[in-house]
Design a protein around this ligand. Structure first.
Ligand code: FAD
Length: 418
């Protein structure tokens, strides 16, 4: 109540000055000459890494270096679906660890990330889908993850707006249901981590592109940036769609391809989609924002590219797919669309660990589905940077797996269905 009174008072006071005098959430920092650790990229993953480096591992001298602005990459462009129901043990443990961090994140950061556990449906339209869905539900349960298989009536009960009639072109035969999954407010996640990290003394340096690495005898000693050279004991690359570009600057190659991925929102309407609905078969997914807009997404552009924008054919396909699931939305108007650049690995799993260069680490390859792992990814990457060794949760996600062959193929759980 005291908190609410303060907030109402602040709102009224700031309104008098046309909201021009709100204090900055994080301090504007200029680079110092040396840090214990530099994180490249102020998306959610980079900021979370910096936060946990200080909070969990006691580093006192950390910088996050961002070429643009905090959260201006995929973190601020995604459709915010959070869940942990991946198939293989390695992924299930990693994403579930993250989901548990999500459940306490607002309190941890003292910032409302608007995490809404409204449940996530993955629809099954064919006998094969049903078989795969049941297999995943069983695998999830063995890993302690909440998962259920719903039949057609169960799906209708959870989401009455879905047309489940058997005569549809893609009839709904059932769905996986993860009740603890949901959505969060993407900007708030970036801002919350930036504020919390800044409060712990992390320098969040914006408008400072990394243009090269200081490498001496196979050891990374720092970075070259638009604001000069900065040395560091350790450097972590966390730049999503730009990962292969940064790896190229350091002289190694990644098995990562970058593609535009887009999303769009409708005009706001009354609440009609109470959970997240995803369909790999029809190739669409939807949730409803707190403002009432339907948040819609689909697949990646077929062509590679670094542009943060999409193309009309994907938007058309996205709209058509939505109508397969919800014919009632045919008269809705679309308001906005946008794109990000996603970094996909051949096995649809991330790379988190060491690089061929000593003291240079990388966290990338989250592709179309890394928002859900933001806190967990930062947590394990901070451990990896601080100790020089992967945490057991991210040890299977090393770059080496592309030479050892120990791939973690999550195409079934990751494709379209973020
Ligand atoms: C349209 C869309 C929908 C999505 N939907 C979902 C979803 O529903 N659920 C889900 O889990 N995931 C989703 N994703 C994926 C998710 O957004 C990403 O996996 C995740 O946000 C990646 O976070 P990040 O911090 O690694 O990257 P980013 O947020 O992209 O941050 C990387 C930062 O690095 C900076 N950078 C790049 N190059 C340099 C340089 N040279 N120097 C300094 N800084 C640099 C960039 O400016 C950027 O700010 C979606 C993505 C898109 C594009």
């Amino acid at each position: 109540m005291a908190q609410r009174a303060t907030n109402l008072f602040s709102l009224a006071r700031q309104a008098l000055s046309h909201h021009r005098n709100w204090p900055r959430l994080w301090a504007a920092a200029e680079p110092r000459r040396h840090y214990q650790a530099i994180i490249i990229g102020a998306g959610g993953h980079g900021l979370a890494t910096a936060y946990y480096l200080v909070r969990e591992h006691g580093l006192s001298d950390v910088a996050v270096i961002e070429r643009g602005w905090v959260g201006g990459g995929n973190t601020g462009r995604n459709t915010t679906i959070v869940r942990s129901n991946y198939l293989w043990d390695e992924s299930a443990h990693l994403y579930e660890h993250s989901l548990k961090l999500w459940e306490g994140l607002t309190r941890e950061l003292d910032y409302n990330v608007m995490f809404s556990q409204r449940g996530v449906l993955n629809l099954a339209h064919t006998v094969h889908d049903v078989r795969e869905a049941k297999r995943r539900v069983n695998a999830n349960r063995l890993n302690g993850i909440d998962a259920e298989f719903l039949d057609r009536d169960g799906v209708k009960a959870v989401c009455p707006g879905l047309d489940v009639s058997p005569t549809r072109r893609f009839p709904i035969l059932g769905a996986t249901w993860q009740k603890r999954g949901g959505v969060a407010r993407h900007d708030a996640v970036a801002w919350g981590f930036a504020r919390a990290a800044s409060r712990l003394g992390v320098d969040v340096i914006e408008n400072c592109p990394v243009e090269g690495f200081l490498i001496d005898n196979g050891v990374c000693k720092g970075v070259r940036t638009g604001k000069g050279e900065i040395t560091a004991d350790k450097v972590g690359i966390v730049v999503a769609g730009q990962s292969s570009v940064l790896a190229g600057m350091a002289g190694f190659r990644l098995p990562v391809t970058s593609h535009p991925l887009q999303a769009m929102v409708s005009e706001p309407i009354k609440p009609v989609v109470p959970c997240v609905v995803m369909s790999g078969q029809v190739h669409a997914y939807v949730s409803q924002s707190d403002k009432g807009e339907l948040v819609l997404g689909a697949g990646i552009d077929r062509r590679n590219g670094y542009g943060q924008r999409g193309s009309f054919p994907v938007l058309e396909q996205e709209a058509a797919a939505l109508l397969e699931l919800f014919p009632a939305f045919s008269r809705l108007r679309l308001m906005r669309s946008w794109g990000g650049t996603v970094d996909t690995c051949p096995d649809a799993s991330p790379i988190i660990g060491r690089t061929p260069i000593d003291n240079l680490f990388i966290n990338c390859g989250w592709g179309t589905g890394g928002f859900k792992s933001t806190p967990g990814s930062g947590w394990v990457f901070a451990h990896t940077l601080a100790t020089g060794q992967p945490h057991p949760l991210n040890a299977p996600f090393s770059l080496d797996r592309f030479t050892s062959g120990a791939l973690i193929d999550e195409h079934g759980a990751a494709g379209v269905a973020h």
